[in-house]
Design a protein around this ligand. Sequence first.
Ligand code: NAX
Length: 345
Amino acid sequence: MWQNSGLTAGVETGIICGVMKTPVTVTVTGAAGNIAYSLLFRIAAGEMLGADQPVILKLLEITPCLEKLNGVVMELEDCAFPLVQEIVATDDPAVAFKNADWCMLVGSVPRKAGMERKDLLSINGKVFVGQGKAIAENAAPGCKVFVVGNPCNTNCLIAMHNATGMPKENFFAMTMLDEYRAKAQLAAKAGVQVSDVTNMTIWGNHSATQYPDYTNAKICGKPVTEVISDTEWLQTDFIKTVQQRGAAIIQARGLSSAASAANAALMTVKNLTTPTAEGDWYSVARYSDGTHYGLPEGIICSMPSRTEADGTLTIVDGLPIDEFSRGKIEASCNELLEERAEVLG
Ligand code: NAX
């Protein structure tokens, strides 16, 4: 079953007013969920791909959530976003990923009481096998895949393995929310604006083992360690606060992060599609080919990344990694290797 909103301005009527760029097709899964409810409207408003970039939105949900998704579609229509050329709402991955330029895989089954990580990996593993295959069979050439749904690194790895024929370099998972959380903590401690904090890397897994690398981060262009002399805080409270921030939000709000996660998702795609400021970088989990920082080959690992002026996506090499950082990075990579072993096959 699938629905088309009928919002196909200029397609059915043949009337095209003004000259517009070719639309970009963005597929969002879990489109009736909490994160999507904050994300879709900002994509539609042009905050992700640009204020002059028309978009076609393809929204995927599971069948029981189609009615709820219909409500989201109605709200999107009621915003009359000038950039939205078409909205497709469906429970069929083949329809949702048809001609997709960007696949934002937000939907996944949440962890329930009594569920082990292994169970979660197994349930979501099956979803990402199917979605990886459907993307490879239906998406536009050069399509990029960005996974938010947890466990996002390993879900991304599964999708990548099943997307036969697609370059591994086109697969990403989200650690930008962790980067922003780390920047906010450092800014508060140093008494500066959050925009004064740059060069923040999240290494490894989007989980409680992630390592927010204060040793290479900067505040107002200076090493963090020159501005914040409290090494004890940096090595303990700071790291723990970032690692546990998601849980703290669930405890305070009774719900997991949604608006901040949507913001980070949107900003990740923006960072991947626009040149990075000179000397800076951003965090995204991506395929590790074993040639950077001794990170294991064949995992989706967060690392410092840049988008060059010509659009090339690069990994920032050559950062000094001290013994403390090395231990933390290894611990997070070991967890990714364990997750990989659990989903093998
Ligand atoms: P919700 O439970 O509100 O929404 C998820 C939606 O996905 C539901 O509507 C569900 O029906 C749908 N869904 C499930 N299986 C699907 C499938 N096979 N195809 C299409 N849709 C499917 O969760 P929400 O708060 O939106 O969070 C979504 C995911 O983001 C979760 O896995 C969550 O853990 C993860 N997060 C990842 C973060 C990150 O930094 N990488 C941070 C925020 C968030 O925790």
